[in-house]
Design a binder for this molecule. Sequence first.
Ligand code: GDP
Ligand code: IMO
Ligand code: MG
Length: 426
Amino acid sequence: MKNAVVVVGTQWGDEGKGKITNYLSQKADVVVRYQGGDNAGHTIKFLGKTYALHVIPSGVFNPQIKNVLGNGVVLNPKTFLAEVKNLQAQGFSCNNLYISNRAHIIFDYHQALDGLIEEHLGVNKIGTTKKGIGPCYTDKIARQGIRVADFVSKDFEKIYRATLQIKNEQIKSYGGQMFDIDKSYQEYQIIADAIRPYVVDTVQLLNDEIKNNKKILFEGAQGALLDIDFGTYPFVTSSNPSGGGVSIGSGIGPTNIKDIIGIAKAYSTRVGSGAFPTEFDDEVAHYIRETAHEYGTTTKRPRRIGWLDGVILKYSAQINGLTGLSLMLLDVLAGLKTLKVCTAYMLDGQKITTVPARISDFERCVPLYEELPGFSEDISGIRNYDDLPVNAKKYIEFIEKLIGIEVVIVSVGPDAEQTIIRRPIM
Ligand code: GDP
Ligand code: IMO
Ligand code: MG
């Protein structure tokens, strides 16, 4: 029986994946991160408290749930241990965490290189989170990475010293500060010892869970438009957040997936550089940013604001294989007179409804909008779809028709309780 459900970002990240993963995890046995690293920042709110997670899956709060960092993840062990410590201080045991022996480790040298490469790019910089994500995945593909299994093995010292020597040369070539190899090794050896108890073969763990009919929830990080293959290249992250990444990043076959729920903001946001056709920056954008507190969970940067982009969502539905949409932050739009939805782009005098591959073409896309009447009522207390204001329902139904995907969840506030379920998931 197919039991796996995937939560995936449909835009440029920060859609509310943490909130929905945590919500759906009430019925899950296992929650899995399958890609990305501590570039992610997932906010979860329940029982009046707010938590921000970067590496640990959003099911950690329930001790009955196994929380897995799959092989597709890049793990900064320092961030992981700090997050564990922080959660333990708040009363969460963290005895329910499992790290794949095949995941790659982000070291300080990756982070240093991330910063140096961005500096080198100058005005063309990607606007990364400077967490070392790109350099770590680069090493993975170049077959020069250090995996968790190596990190916790007795060979680590030899591997690390040889690797850091090469990395120091790269750092020097960018004009950066080289690392003291002895000191760095000693620091990481202590960290490796602390990581070892969490390390397992998660491919076996997950496939055993599937065999035992357990419910597995996959928690995407970033979003489809940040996907290394399908996103707005080169202004993307270095992994595959989209649906196809689940299998590669966890070792379960794609045939085990039952539902892929696309998380979509009722408008759009983006942090970092790169084209964003529906972006606007007036008093309405300012109102949205302040109302929703649109500042990065990881980097604190103000998020860029745009109208909902139907071209992007349709594309996202295709590449992710969406079976449902979860429409987030609808409450934020209350009070706006008009709601705009982009239905097509004009590119050099031609109307298109697809996402161009070249960033220079995407930069020239001018959105064509459909305007819908807004709603003025505060909807944050509503729990039944039928109780939503007529114009809010019209907005949702317009999106469903445009994208061809059912809106199965409507989120009307950051708290787990502020969720309207139209079709039960899991
Ligand atoms: P993620 O990276 O996809 O998990 O999203 P983030 O946590 O980075 O950003 C989403 C932000 O929106 C967080 O501050 C959430 O607490 C908040 N949020 C999520 N859903 C809702 C909602 O329906 N309404 C409001 N007002 N805030 C929400
Ligand atoms: P969550 O999981 C939003 C963006 C960065 C930058 C680009 C590349 O919270 O949705 P990277 O550090 O990955 O090399 O940066 O990707 N980015 C995110 N934007 N939410 C995220 O994660 C992001 N993770 C990376 O801002 O534009
Ligand atoms: Mg986020």
